[in-house]
Design a protein around this ligand. Structure first.
Ligand SMILES: [Zn+2]
Length: 189
């Protein structure tokens, strides 16, 4: 769902849904639209994943929790204490799974940035570890990232997964063309 400059995602597996990122605030109508498009609703949302601590990704959390109080809220360990949440936060990182997707630590944009990757479908949700526009993937935005060298290592880590679809926080809809090749080129640049 485009939320005015930032995207949030709804992922569905069976009857279980996850919302990834929450926009700045009051994003519930757009997220409800996204759930509706997949034929699901608030009642099926079991997971809320915060890819990192920036306000444009976590600002809508309190509104969201008013609708889905039963969901587990996840964030990367290093970003955890910078996220305001009325719900308990669960730290996740390399080796953990949410909705059957692997959690990948992808620091650099923030120290606790995480991505989600589904081995079966090749879907990668990268938060702000990647950006994209017009089918073209780029790395973390130098203007807003805390450590570009580490961010570049995270791009290489994502390239090694060889994803087929890449979704990200800013710049447009997910990219599904030459994603692996683009990431490999980015990692080598
Ligand atoms: Zn960010």
């Amino acid at each position: 769902m485009p939320l005015g400059g930032v995207s949030a995602y709804v992922l569905l597996r069976g009857r279980e849904a996850a919302v990834v990122d929450t926009g700045t605030s009051d994003s519930n109508a757009a997220i409800a639209d996204g759930l509706g498009m997949l034929g699901t609703s608030w009642a099926d949302v079991r997971h809320i994943v915060l890819t990192h601590r920036h306000r444009d990704h976590v600002g809508g959390l309190s509104d969201l929790l008013a609708e889905v109080s039963g969901a587990t809220v996840y964030a990367g360990e290093a970003d955890l204490d910078r996220v305001q949440s009325s719900a308990e936060l669960t730290a996740v990182g390399d080796g953990d799974e949410v909705l059957g997707m692997g959690v990948i630590n992808t620091p650099g944009h923030t120290s606790g940035s995480i991505s989600l990757f589904d081995v079966e479908t090749g879907i990668l949700v990268a938060g702000d570890a990647l950006n994209g526009d017009d089918g073209q993937l780029t790395g973390a935005d130098p203007r807003y990232s805390s450590d570009l060298e580490v961010a570049q290592e995270s791009v290489a880590k994502l390239a090694a997964l060889e994803p087929t679809i890449a979704a990200f926080g800013h710049g447009g809809p997910p990219i599904d063309t030459d994603v692996s090749a683009q990431l490999a080129a980015l990692a080598a640049s």
